[in-house]
Design a protein around this ligand. Sequence first.
Ligand code: GLP
Length: 241
Amino acid sequence: MKIIRTAHYEDLSHKAAQLMIEKIRSNPDMTLGLATGSTPKGVYAELIKDHLENGTSYEKITTINLDEYIGLPSSDPNSYRYFMNSELFNHLNIPLENTNLPNGTADDINQECMRYEQLIKDLVDIDLQLLGIGRNGHIGFNEPGTSFKSRTHVVKLAESTRKANARFFESTDEVPTHAITMGIASILDSREIVLLASGTAKAEAIRRLVNGEPDEQFPASALKLHPNVTIIADEEALRLV
Ligand code: GLP
């Protein structure tokens, strides 16, 4: 597991974006696995800036996101589809039909999970998967206790995750109780994984990830089983390492 230490959030965003841009330029039809949350926002802003200034093209790029809340339509500003369109896709030359997120309003959610997992298989390989990390070590929405063999599935969100994400909603009550997420095995199938972490709130999770052994009670530790993982984190997130 490689660690790239950055001074602060802006530095982290810049370094992660540069790493992605280099790969996109040398492999213009690659498949990118993308994440939501506050952490990747700076990276997305840098990708947009580079697209406008240097013309990096996303015309042939395919994207696939980790997760989506159940019950929120794409028109809801708190849905991850809305987030990805407004934070990234709408500002790049990527055809929206090349962008994939689970459909959290599908009539049959279990069938939607199977469709999504099949999509991951059909896309052959996620060349680069971007990840954030929850304070309890969740990746995507795979909460502690999730099997490392899991594929795309429905999850009941931990109360701590709903509270942490409540800042985007009017109140915790409005945070959906369930989500669809790629499973841990689906994530580990990616060729390369880049995990981002910023701020002291993530320091304990990063300490546990770097120093601990693989343990299903701490989902991010599954990354220890993958041969090509880079953590890009700022000083605050790395202060216990
Ligand atoms: C959410 C997302 C994760 C994300 C995590 C951390 O629950 N499902 O994919 O990594 O929270 O989010 P943040 O970057 O806002 O701290």
